[in-house]
Design a protein around this ligand. Structure first.
Ligand code: HC0
Ligand code: SF4
Length: 579
């Protein structure tokens, strides 16, 4: 252990710790723009590029960056001397000299770490004359990249390369022309970007933000010719209140339904309904494949993989093109919902699909891209018209002057708003697997599952594996969240090191609770743990906890789809993948 004194307070830290680690242990706040240590994701940005965290170390001539300077035994550090404060102020002024001053119209205003520091340092004018670098804006279906605002902190680069293993974003050019960009400075849309949006979660400024569609929603709500239908993804209910100033760790489901009704949606439905439907289709497909595999059918592909995360789908389409026939063909719940709303439910209402506007609220930025994929449209009319993130819904609630905290708890509308406990847990890594196992077990064995909780797949660990007994068969299951972890798992499969029957993959670390469109967690991983617990509590409180017990799903098959994997179900609820 190393002894260190910071601002007169003494502590001990393990060898190899940085001054910033010791300061955090002592609850001493040292500001930084580039450092971020997210233990759950094993993400540690050590770029030491912003120099905002400089401190004075006794006996050293130069100021030291706290994030990158190892603690030496007996070190004495001061974090707020005049010299330190003036150095930080100069660093901030230099950054601001090459930064647009358009805070009033910046998507990150109010959530910007640079803005917070400028405010904390009382910067009212920039004394450093400086030129402004200018770069074109890059707008994809999911993300807006505005490199004029980039402070070269490299958090996005670490996230995209080290955590997600996508390799899209990296620093190119030198000096004043340096910019973070895809290879050959191509647009994100033309690159192998998965649209997961994790870069927007860690960007400290407004250089990487969601492609905002809230005004499209306002337009649709104001159109008297349209019937507006909204669906909300599982993970949104565990986080939405955070975007409205409430503390994390509470279920916001009831207030969320009330707020959507107040916004003026004609039908307030739930993606959770479609999550139950997904289990019926995906679970049946799995049992069908498993039976053929056990019968020795050489053409059947094992393991089956989940396909509900569009970031993951784009990842395997680009990076594992030889495995396109391995994932389940089931569409995601978002797309199943859109397909059922614009067929079955439009029929119930007696309206043409073109009159209906389906809006999704998702924790996810990739869902914007997914909804825009051409295969999810009928004659150019998309199954899901507009996708907004949890952050955008939070903004919409503020735009419409709704006091979220004071709202009553309301229920979703039926039939497409009813779900079992198997559905909300989709938002947690391991949740789709658990939901599928509950139904597959009972369909395969004809017996009641003794306990519905599969603890082995419930942790926030990046890669989870377990052996699950289903009747006479031992199923080997694998779960990964975060695309770097997914790559690890897939490479094990490709090399034949591990054999799985089922694999669940979610692109975002922790699953959708940590999605790219969720309220910013600002590096506090306790928030993910709280969101995770909220979804498991919601499951435990439901009268039915297995998808096949959802009475409205049973009715949907009776009245409309026939049975799982029927021709109609295939037509509406299944898809295919492209290189
Ligand atoms: Fe997810 Fe989903 S669980 S991907 O993370 O399967 O976005 O929450 O909506 O579609 O249901 C996101 C969350 C969903 C879908 C569901 C799945
Ligand atoms: Fe979107 Fe969830 Fe996939 Fe992240 S894990 S890309 S939030 S679907």
């Amino acid at each position: 252990m190393m002894n260190i004194t910071i601002d007169g307070k003494a502590t001990q830290v393990p060898a190899g710790s940085k001054i910033l680690d010791a300061a955090q242990k002592l609850d001493i706040n040292v500001p930084t723009l580039c450092y971020l240590n997210l233990d759950v994701m094993k993400y540690n940005n050590m770029a030491a590029s912003c120099r905002v965290c400089v401190v004075e170390v006794e006996g050293r001539r130069n100021l030291a960056p706290a994030c990158a300077t190892p603690v030496m035994d007996g070190m004495v550090v001061k974090t707020n001397t005049l010299r330190v404060l003036l150095a930080r102020k100069t660093v901030l002024e230099l950054l601001l000299s090459d930064h647009p001053k358009d805070c009033l119209v910046c998507a990150k205003s109010g959530d910007c770490e640079l803005q917070d520091l400028a405010e904390a340092f009382g910067i009212r004018e920039i004394s450093v004359p400086g030129a402004m670098s200018t770069y074109r804006q890059d707008v994809s279906a999911s993300i807006i990249r505005d490199m004029d605002k980039c402070v070269m902190c490299r958090r996005c680069e670490t996230m995209c390369n080290d955590i997600q293993s996508c390799g899209v974003l990296s620093g190119v050019n030198r000096g004043f022309d340096a910019v973070v960009a895809p290879a050959f400075e191509m647009n994100l849309e033309d690159s192998v970007c998965t649209n997961c949006g994790q870069c927007t979660q860690v960007c400290p400024v407004g250089a990487l933000v969601e492609h905002d569609h809230t005004w499209k929603v306002i337009d649709a709500l104001a159109d008297p010719e349209k019937v507006t239908v909204v669906q909300v993804a599982p993970a949104v209910r565990a986080a939405l209140g955070e975007a409205c100033g409430m503390e994390p760790g509470q279920s916001f489901t009831g207030k969320m339904a009330a707020s959507l009704r107040m916004l003026g949606f004609d039908h307030v439905f739930d993606t959770d309904f479609a999550a139950d439907l997904t289990i019926m289709e995906e679970g049946s497909e799995f049992l069908d494949r498993l039976q053929k595999f056990l019968d020795g059918d050489k053409n059947v592909k094992m393991p089956i993989m989940t396909s509900c995360c569009p970031g993951w789908v784009k990842f395997f389409e680009h990076q594992f093109p030889d495995m396109l026939d391995v994932p389940s063909t089931a569409k995601s719940p978002q797309q199943m919902f859109g397909a059922i709303a614009k067929s079955y439910y439009a029929e119930v209402l007696g309206i043409p699909r073109e009159k209906m506007v389906v809006v999704s609220v998702m924790p996810c930025l990739a869902k914007k891209y997914e909804a825009a994929r051409p295969e999810f449209a009928v004659d150019g009319n998309p199954d899901v018209d507009i996708v907004i993130s949890s952050r955008e819904l939070g903004r919409l609630i503020k735009t419409m002057n709704i006091d979220f905290a004071q709202l009553p708890e309301e229920d979703f509308d039926n039939p497409l708003g009813y779900s079992t406990g198997a559905a909300p847990i989709f938002g947690n890594s391991g949740g789709v697997m658990e939901a599928a196992l509950r139904t597959a077990y009972e369909l395969a064995t004809g017996e009641t599952l003794p306990a519905v909780e599969f603890e082995a797949v419930r942790t926030l660990t990046g890669v989870k594996t377990a052996d699950i007994q289903v009747g006479p068969h031992t199923l080997k299951v694998g779960v990964a969240s975060g695309l770097g972890n997914a790559r690890e798992l897939l490479e094990m499969v490709q090399k034949g090191e591990e054999q799985f029957h089922v694999i669940e993959i979610m692109a975002c670390p922790g699953g959708c609770i940590g999605g790219g469109g969720q309220p910013y967690h600002h590096g506090d991983m306790e928030i993910l743990k709280k969101r995770n617990a909220v979804l498991y509590a919601e499951d435990a409180g439901k009268p039915e906890r297995k998808s096949h017990e959802n009475p409205y799903i049973v009715e949907l098959y009776e009245k409309f789809l026939g049975k799982p994997l029927s021709e109609k179900a295939h037509h509406l609820l299944h898809t295919h993948y492209f290189k």
